[in-house]
Write a protein that binds this ligand. Structure first.
Ligand SMILES: [Mn+2]
Length: 288
């Protein structure tokens, strides 16, 4: 049903916030509220309508001021994005404005996705073969003021490839990150965080085959990522994938941390045809 959101608890959850921080006494929960409560949003790909609906479902207040957004998070919470804000979808400039406005206000964090990095290269004329999805984003940006485009380039260029939050207990990286690369500033760590661990083989549709690093993950930090669309939020060891293919007619998903609950908003349309077969989970986003 349009407008309904599904709440579910990760099967791999560690009993939410129970116990954590209690040893420090009475004001520990408040301290945790101030520093370690995040709502992490999966790959948005220009799906502004679903993002606004998701924010509402998460309890964020959203006011529009002409083109810009004033977003008020619930007390003590911070929004975070796993990257791939742009490419393929219908409203990349609106999504960028919202995230950039929030980042400026200190209410949102974001890591770079491979498509965000590719957009900067495309805007600088460094891409020889622009994909259909990226051409759509470039066209949308061409209708925006020149100053805004310059801000977009500055913003995307400065995005980190990984975030370590909650004293190292939470890692956010677009394509995920194995334990050995967490907190590392190397080019290898950045490449992994942006693209994952790719083999040199390609599948039947010509896409690089990705190794499933999460299957071998034994790290202490919860790794929250996106990048490869899945029909429903996927928990594996201490990792969770939030790319539920909104732009392909799936859902836009957020993870509430430390609660380890996910909320998924159904896409209003199939905005882009996937190259790999993508089956949206029809039971997600429908209240039972
Ligand atoms: Mn990606």
């Amino acid at each position: 049903m349009a407008g309904s959101a599904k709440y579910s608890r990760g099967t791999n959850g560690r009993g939410a916030a129970a116990g954590r921080g209690r040893a420090r006494g009475q004001d520990a929960p408040a301290k945790r509220n101030a520093h370690a409560c995040f709502d992490v949003v999966g790959d948005v790909h220009g799906c502004l309508v679903e993002l606004l609906e998701l924010l509402k479902a998460l309890g964020y207040g959203v006011r529009r001021r002409r083109e810009d957004f004033a977003v008020t998070p619930p007390q003590g919470r911070t929004l975070a994005f796993v990257g791939d804000l742009v490419d393929r979808g219908p409203a990349a400039p609106g999504v960028l404005r919202l995230v950039m406005d929030m980042a400026r206000a200190g209410t949102a964090l974001c890591v770079a996705g491979n498509r965000d990095v590719e957009l900067v290269r495309a805007m600088k004329g460094r891409v020889t073969q622009v994909s259909r999805g990226m051409a759509r984003t470039l066209e949308q940006l061409a209708a925006q003021p020149k100053e805004f485009r310059a801000e977009v380039v500055r913003f995307l260029r400065e995005l980190p490839s990984q975030l370590m939050l909650d004293a190292g207990r939470l890692v956010i990286a677009h394509a995920g990150l194995k334990e050995a690369l967490q907190g590392r500033a190397s080019a290898g760590a950045r490449a992994f965080a942006l693209h994952g661990e790719v083999t040199h083989e390609r599948d039947a549709s010509g896409l690089p085959i990705r190794k499933n690093w999460a299957a071998e993950y034994r790290g202490k930090a919860l790794v929250v990522h996106g990048h490869t669309p899945v029909s429903a939020p996927e928990w594996l060891n201490n990792t969770v994938s939030l790319d539920t293919g909104c732009v392909y007619g799936g859902h836009l998903t957020a993870l509430r941390y430390p609660e380890r609950e996910t909320i998924s908003i159904p896409a209003k349309a199939i905005y882009y045809a996937p190259r790999r077969t993508f089956a949206a989970n029809r039971t997600l986003g429908v209240r039972r």
